[in-house]
Design a protein around this ligand. Structure first.
Ligand code: KIV
Length: 265
């Protein structure tokens, strides 16, 4: 795919669905990664709170703070000049009150430089989504497996396998669209359900572990490039084994230092 030639806006993302063009999104957490992914033509860079796991070494995304998200979002927006940068609102920065959610989202946009924020959940966050859009902050939704609710859900397994949960998800997707979200991440749900939601909505769906019928796909870049190997979700395709390459490069470096081969005169 060609390098991006101009800045991508949320309106471009919505138009892509109308034109039947698929959307490629990956997570990025620093300026170098952002620059490289932009060169590869990735339209949306998500500063995911997955950074809690792949960067900070936590077991879940729950410990990620707003300060950490602003810090990494700033790095990504310094590296990416054209891709649409979306920042995750971390756990409990948008649930307590609409006013607090607006203040916190504004910091991700103003201090981090994000063009949009992502929030997890359905009915519980509708009012927040509506208000953010109203005050000029584009919102991406996230349904299905919502990792910030891991303690409630009981694990990272597939969601909405049963009728009742599936119907609720379909309804909440429509309600989020109504509230003004510009795109919706569907995580770890059955492909046929993802197809139904995708057909029902005018806004694009972005799948992760949700099959091929979504309007776009997202992966955690550390998973896709084989950098994070503590746990590889079954739906992940590893497009490279950068972790192994790095270990080999570091071994060679250490060997050359020990043998006095590096540096040369
Ligand atoms: O935090 C994240 O990386 C995400 C993606 C998995 C969608 O929310």
């Amino acid at each position: 795919m060609a390098e991006l030639t101009r800045r991508i806006r949320v309106t471009d993302i919505k138009q892509k669905k109308q034109r039947g063009e698929k959307i490629a999104m990956l997570t990025a957490y620093d300026a170098t990664m952002a620059r490289l992914l932009e060169r590869a033509g990735i339209e949306i860079l998500l500063v995911g709170d997955s950074l809690g796991m792949v960067i900070m070494g936590e077991e879940t995304t729950i410990p990620v703070t707003l300060e950490a998200m602003i810090h990494h979002t700033r790095a990504v927006t310094r590296g990416a000049r054209k891709a649409l940068v979306v920042a995750d609102m971390p756990f409990m920065t948008y649930e307590a009150s609409v006013a607090e959610a607006v203040r916190n989202a504004a910091r991700l946009v103003q201090e981090g430089g994000a063009a949009a924020v992502k929030i997890e959940g359905g009915r519980a966050v509708l009012e927040v989504a509506r208000r953010l859009v109203e005050v000029g902050i584009p919102v991406m939704g996230h349904l299905g497996l919502i990792p910030q609710s891991i303690h409630q859900l009981g694990g990272f397994g597939r969601r909405a396998r049963h009728r009742e949960e599936a119907e609720k998800l379909v309804e909440e997707a429509a309600e989020l669209e109504q509230a003004g979200v510009f795109a919706l991440v569907l995580e770890s749900i059955p492909p046929e359900l993802a197809r139904r939601v995708t057909e029902q909505l005018r806004i694009p769906t972005i799948g992760i572990g949700a099959g091929p019928h979504c309007d776009g796909q997202v992966l955690v870049s550390y998973d896709a490039f084989g950098l994070f190997d503590e746990f590889v979700p079954p739906f992940v395709k590893q497009y490279a084994r950068l972790g192994e390459l790095m270990v080999r490069a570091a071994e060679q470096y250490a060997e050359e230092v020990r043998q006095g081969k590096f540096p040369t005169a």
